[in-house]
Design a protein around this ligand. Structure first.
Ligand code: HGY
Ligand code: MN
Ligand code: MN
Ligand code: MN
Length: 416
């Protein structure tokens, strides 16, 4: 297997994560790299420079999924892949996704520097648009790769300014037909994603490695609430059909539904609200809401959604507004491959690292890679469980341990 200088690895990877964080549309310590913007392209170029300095070969597909490859002895055998994302939501931290890309490159660099030629090739994938920020849908890259979405549905995507995915993609310099992105089942022998936990468990239990058994089933919806606008002074309360107060009832109904299922894992969030016309003295006539609803258990998520639909019907009736719901995505959970879980644990034991099995409540590209390859994830601790915030932090030693476990896992899987 492979012996790594963890102290040196910790310093190097942390410095690279800090450098990547400088490519941001937001002032430090916040990070923002939205799909196909200047900072997204700068972040991609930076990780590509790291990969090519590490001696890896680069391939970029028509939407920008980027593949960094270390050739194995049998070049034709399905490769072992790892990877994650470098795009970042507004007001994010510098570890979400980036640990899986920079850590993956560091793992392959260490393997190459140890003059190990793996039995089969190894790849690091930097996926396009893991975050839903620009087009309202997460994991567009891995969805297209795995066939979870059709090229036509991607072509129909519009951003908040109404710009078409295809136009934005081409302006960012990516070309080729979307149909070329799809990968056949069996293209990879295994996929293992290294990611920060984005939750409090590993730190609280002082366990350095999380072995992810399942990835929660994400769903998201867009609602248009249509009422009647008017003068905030002249229209008396009984005559109002205020879109904003109706929307407020829906927001509270989402929270109530998520708290009311039998499962403790049901989570519901309304993170996007756009009010029209958005003037202090004008009664809102239209409100756009976006709902994020998840659970590791599909039946519980469905129960929560049914409660939300009931609330929508009630609010329409009681307030005389019209509410139009559009489903953005409703995905099943992903279950990790048992053999990969065992391999991650074996790799951790070889490094004297304790592990614990756990679900991922955040979604990841692994959710879709699981459709075309045996898949699992490795988690490293998040300080205070914080993520999607500028104070997101994973200690360099923990990142280095994750990279070492990843390297050992990939080599074991390549030899299997
Ligand atoms: O929302 C998520 O779970 C992921 O961070 N995109
Ligand atoms: Mn994220
Ligand atoms: Mn992520
Ligand atoms: Mn992810």
């Amino acid at each position: 297997m492979i012996a790594l200088d963890l102290a040196r690895l910790a310093d190097e990877v942390d410095a690279q994560l800090a450098e990547l964080a400088t490519f941001s549309a937001a002032p430090a310590p916040a990070v923002e790299r939205v799909l196909y913007t200047k900072t997204d392209l700068e972040g991609r170029a930076y990780v590509r420079s790291l990969a090519e300095r590490a001696g890896l070969k680069t391939r970029v597909d028509p939407i920008g999924n980027t593949f960094f490859r270390l050739e194995g002895a049998d070049r034709d055998a399905p490769a072992i892949a790892t990877g994650s994302h470098v795009d970042a939501i507004p007001n994010a931290g510098r570890f979400d996704g980036t640990v899986g890309v920079i850590g993956g490159i560091a793992a392959l660099r260490a393997i190459r520097e140890a003059s190990i030629v793996p039995a089969r090739s190894l790849e690091v994938i930097a996926f396009t648009s893991e975050e839903p920020t620009r087009f309202g849908l997460g994991c567009i890259g891995s969805r297209l790769m795995s066939g979870a979405i059709t090229p036509d549905l991607v072509r129909a995507l519009r951003d908040a300014e109404g710009r078409a995915f295809e136009d934005v993609r081409r302006d960012a310099g990516f070309e080729g037909a979307l149909e070329q992105v799809r990968l056949p089942e069996g293209r990879y022998a295994a996929f293992v994603e290294l990611h920060v936990e984005q939750g409090p468990v590993l730190e609280a239990e002082r366990i350095p490695i999380g072995v992810v058994t399942a990835i929660a089933a994400p769903a998201s919806y867009a609602l248009e609430v249509r009422g009647v606008g008017g003068h905030a002074g002249a229209v008396l309360m009984p005559a109002r059909r205020d879109a904003m107060t109706a929307a407020a009832e829906i927001v509270l109904a989402v929270e109530h539904a998520a708290k009311s299922t039998k499962s403790a894992d049901t989570v519901g969030t309304v993170g996007v609200v756009r009010v029209h016309p958005g003037a202090i003295n004008s009664i809102p006539s239209r409100v756009h809401l976006e709902i994020d609803l998840r659970d590791t258990d599909l039946a519980s998520r469905r129960d929560a959604f049914a409660m939300i639909e009931d609330a929508i019907a009630r609010v329409q009736r009681e307030r005389g507004v019209e509410i139009v719901l559009r489903t953005i995505n409703e995905d099943p959970p992903a279950i990790s491959a048992p053999a990969i879980l065992d391999t991650i644990e074996a790799s951790s034991r070889a490094l004297d690292l304790r592990t614990r099995r756990m679900p991922s409540r955040a979604y990841h590209d692994a959710l879709f890679m699981a459709r075309i390859a045996p898949t699992a994830m490795i988690f490293v601790p998040s300080v205070a469980g914080v993520s999607h915030r500028p104070d997101e932090l994973t200690h360099p030693e923990d990142v280095a341990r994750g990279v070492a476990v990843l390297a050992g896992t990939m080599l074991r899987l390549a030899a299997a």
